[in-house]
Design a protein around this ligand. Structure first.
Ligand SMILES: Nc1ncnc2c1ncn2[C@@H]1O[C@H](COP(=O)(O)OP(=O)(O)O)[C@@H](O)[C@H]1O
Ligand SMILES: [Mg+2]
Length: 244
């Protein structure tokens, strides 16, 4: 049986201010299994970034259950969540988010140096160099990010996301700041990582890239739609009501 990485049930997220409440997510059920490549599309404001930040434990849901590799994480404190995030989740953002004051090597090593259990220098070195090799950037270990092209910087960001051997790689518009040639190269790299077993969940506006995923999800108004455009939970409720 395929190993279950992620299970969300009835996840909601409400942003409340004095004046108004925004229901960003309205009951998300989502399972992600080992080796999946899930893409998430939908119009601006439908909840994509909110869903990704909940998946990545950057924020907590208002209600619902969220399990990572069988561990319930929805009620964790933010500091506890940070440790789980460091160990289980890799992030790739549109804006690379590398630190220009650090070398490429040190940027990639950073997540390992924040581990709850400290890691030996030799192991950090081995892991960083292996990831640099994966993204074909071994020759740039001593450079600073601002000495590299956008496409090269995104490859370093991919290496940093991989170095902790995460259960899940979360990817937010990975090609948004790249021209189409570099964007295609980054997508080819992500696709190859998935072929080699990395579990991916990616938000993208680009239908060509969404099509590279093994499962395509569409979000609308904080709900996941099925292939016909019907909110999945609502459809299940209708079927139940009709006695089917
Ligand atoms: N921190 C926040 N405070 C209040 N409202 C928010 C916050 N973050 C997102 N929202 C609202 O939640 C909804 C979903 O936002 P978001 O997840 O960013 O959508 P998307 O990424 O699909 O464009 C939007 O209506 C947005 O205005
Ligand atoms: Mg967004």
């Amino acid at each position: 049986m395929q190993q279950q990485k992620i299970s969300m049930r009835g996840i909601t997220k409400v942003f409340a201010t004095d004046e108004m409440e925004t229901h960003a997510l309205r009951g998300i059920d989502l399972d992600i299994f080992a080796g999946d490549f899930v893409s998430i599309c939908g119009p601006s404001g439908c909840g994509k970034s909110t869903l990704l930040s909940l998946l990545g434990l950057l924020d907590m849901p208002t209600a619902g259950s969220y399990q990572i590799e069988g561990q319930e994480v929805s009620g964790l404190s933010l500091s506890e969540a940070a440790f789980i995030r460091n160990e289980k989740i890799g992030f790739i953002f549109q804006s690379f988010n590398l630190i220009d004051e650090l070398t490429v090597f040190d940027n990639i090593a950073l997540p390992l140096r924040y581990r709850r259990q400290s890691m030996a220098k030799a192991e950090i070195n081995d892991r960083v160099m292996a990831c640099l090799k994966t993204v074909d950037m071994s020759h740039r270990a001593g450079h600073r990010p601002n000495q590299l092209s956008g496409g090269q910087q995104q490859r370093i960001a991919i290496a940093r996301a991989l170095v902790g051997n995460p259960a899940l790689l979360l990817v937010d518009e990975p090609t948004g700041n790249l021209d189409s040639k570099n964007g295609d190269a980054v997508m080819d790299m992500l696709s190859e990582l998935n072929s080699n077993g990395t579990t991916l969940c990616m938000v993208t506006h680009d239908p060509r890239y969404a099509d590279m995923a093994s499962r395509k999800l569409h979000l609308l108004d904080g709900r996941i739609l099925d292939a016909d455009g019907t909110p999945v939970r609502q459809e299940a409720a209708l079927r139940q009501a009709a006695g089917q």
